[in-house]
Design a protein around this ligand. Sequence first.
Ligand SMILES: NC(=O)c1ccc[n+]([C@@H]2O[C@H](COP(=O)([O-])OP(=O)(O)OC[C@H]3O[C@@H](n4cnc5c(N)ncnc54)[C@H](OP(=O)(O)O)[C@@H]3O)[C@@H](O)[C@H]2O)c1
Length: 286
Amino acid sequence: MKIVLIGADGQLGSDLVKTLREDEVFPLYYPKFDVTEPEAARSVLLDLTPEVVINTAAYHRVDECEDHPKESFQVNAIAVRDLALVCRELDVPLVHFSTDYVFDGGKRSPYLEDDPPNPLNVYAVSKLAGEFLVRQVLEKYFLVRTCGLYGVAGSKEKGPNFVERIIELAKRKTTLRIVNDQWVTPTSTEELAQRVSELIRSRSYGLYHLTNEGECTWYDFAREVFCLLGQEVRLTPVDSFTYGAKARRPHYSVLENKRAKEIGLRDFSPWDQALRNYLLKKGHIQ
Ligand SMILES: NC(=O)c1ccc[n+]([C@@H]2O[C@H](COP(=O)([O-])OP(=O)(O)OC[C@H]3O[C@@H](n4cnc5c(N)ncnc54)[C@H](OP(=O)(O)O)[C@@H]3O)[C@@H](O)[C@H]2O)c1
């Protein structure tokens, strides 16, 4: 399959490059290819004539987005619409990624694709706008909501992923404060990339939740990291208010992969198993 991959050196993008190695992938890198430059982007895509376009680009430093709504909407909504318009012109599907943060956390059981969203922060509003614009422009699309990504490549935009960040912090600090009132499903970009590869071959277009299985708080996740590393680190559970992040986040944003199961994608592994695989791959454990 001839695939254009936008953001090919990001966390997810890097794993997509590896997973799609049997396909004809055209990796595009920022800033040479910038989704916020619609004319240049259109011309590149029309020249490449892909069969599918995968967009992993995002402005997703969630707290920073609060002070930069314009940039958030530029990358996460307006540019996504522009990509969708080119995909319509080429008559090819767009694969685009959204977030668990489109929900407000009031449900307290895993969110299904057709649960009503109610985003709590600027980032999430801009991502939801991106979803709506894709759906408004295209009939053939794969919208994938996911959660708490970590991958071997790390994210240049956001800096090291959560796992690497706490491993580094533990070298310098005696105690780590970790949020214990946000329930999520940390998700391996390696596994997500594999499911996306299956999904694009399905022709079952639409909105999907794709995350690892199970749920935990960031505190539970951190505890599991140090448990697997066999390292004793003092962790202090704190609530979101005490932690004091600028953007509000849902207390519960666990997603159910309902539609993925219905169309027969392979199951994701439980989050703790995926974490173990990641630590092995990174050489943190043997
Ligand atoms: N990370 C998470 O925890 C998480 C959770 C839920 C959903 N998501 C969504 O999942 C998707 C992938 O996330 P990720 O963690 O893989 O992100 P990432 O590591 O930051 O990768 C994003 C890629 O897009 C590139 N990019 C940034 N701005 C661009 C622009 N204007 N034009 C073209 N390319 C641009 C980045 O380049 P540079 O690296 O050079 O900036 C990078 O290669 C995003 O849509 C994100 O919103 C992420």
